[in-house]
Write a protein that binds this ligand. Sequence first.
Ligand code: SF4
Length: 473
Amino acid sequence: MLEQPYEYSARALVEPDWRRLPGFADVTEEQWRSAQWQRVNCVKNLRQLRGVYGDLLDESFYADVEADQAGRATMSLLLPPQMLNTMVPGEVPSTAAMLADPVRHYMLPVASDRLDGPAASHPYAARDSLHEHEMWAVEGLTHRYPTKVLAELLSTCPQYCGHCTRMDLVGNSTPAVPKLKFELKPVDRQTAMLEYLRATPGVRDVVVSGGDVANLPFKNLEAFVAGLLEIESVRDIRLASKALMGLPQHWLQDDVVEGMTRLATTARARGVSLAVHTHVNAAQSVTPLVAEAAQAMLAAGVRDVRNQGVLLRGVNDSAAQLLDLCFALLDGAGITPYYFYMCDMIPSAEHWRVSLAQAQTLQHDIMGYLPGFATPRIVCDVPYVGKRWVHQVAEYDRERGISYWTKNYRTGIERTDEAALDRRYTYYDPIATLPAGGQQWWAQREHRAGGWIAAAEVRAASSRAASAADLLN
Ligand code: SF4
């Protein structure tokens, strides 16, 4: 008998022993299960990181983290102990093991991970690469798709991911990225969102996000969702929280479970589908506590808990890693694998991104192992378009790494744009993954444009949603 390309085996979830880390050696089970303790003991700086790992890690590692924070980092450090504990889960971490660890790779970036010099960023990389702000119907409410909206209720999270798509707005400023700030007070922003939705019955689906809704006082989240539930036209509500994995203790608190039970009961009575969406990228992050939090939400009555991961080089860019993660989610935690997004074209993310061709191969290679309803679609979030399944590409120049996409609806800013549905929209592979001819073409273009990052005219053109054709010919 020949082996399958992927051999499935049921695996029990494991909570790594946090006492193997010097800074958590005396932490009790009760403390560990406390959301408040987790929040108070988050790592936000080098001093606190040293406090957790001490001499286990070489000075060179700390210097690498420090150099990244002072240099290219687009997100500041914020790591709950729960999340740190899933790095190098089965052993006492060494420097080499930390550098190789997939969770560390995206949650605790180091300067040596990034590509050198201008290659660190794609010439078309941009803050707010999905142009969500341009599509704000009211502050924080992105109306991109015809029937659904994204409500950004806040700009903080309990954990900060190095590759965050909303790096423009979310988190603290870093030396490389001064963050934008909401102007309206939270209560006024939420009122404006609810008013817009009451006046826009064509919207039936609301993603309540941020940031991460776990950072909202629960009574504020409950008030907003209760407001949504009173709008007749809203049929789907999805609460977005990576904290279900990064800080599951939050979702296990009595007041949160009781509040979610109230919301889910009302949603069911009104025939509205209320779900929780989380963001897990590596199988080792799915621990018994994560499963407990997911089960608590399902027991509270939400219709589903789903995962939207991000496809990241060095984290989950093999079929085996993706399938291991999906089975851990599905078998171990009752979380439905839903999407893997290709990493967006934010600055300094080239070392995390994979090519469209690789994403297509991965989609092919994960088919047939999971139930159909839990087989995630790998999608490219194409600027000014939205999610497209990776095989939906209209044309693909593999040598130059340029893919061309079409769409079948107008975004909120194209209601009077007659050409919107005829235009082709572009997405770009990481240049370092291209064949020599493609890399050379971009290098020549760099020469013509006068530098990778200085290509302000490129970004301006991108902001006008122009097809790349006029720039590339
Ligand atoms: S949890 Fe989501 S919004 Fe928050 S930093 Fe991570 S990717 Fe960004």
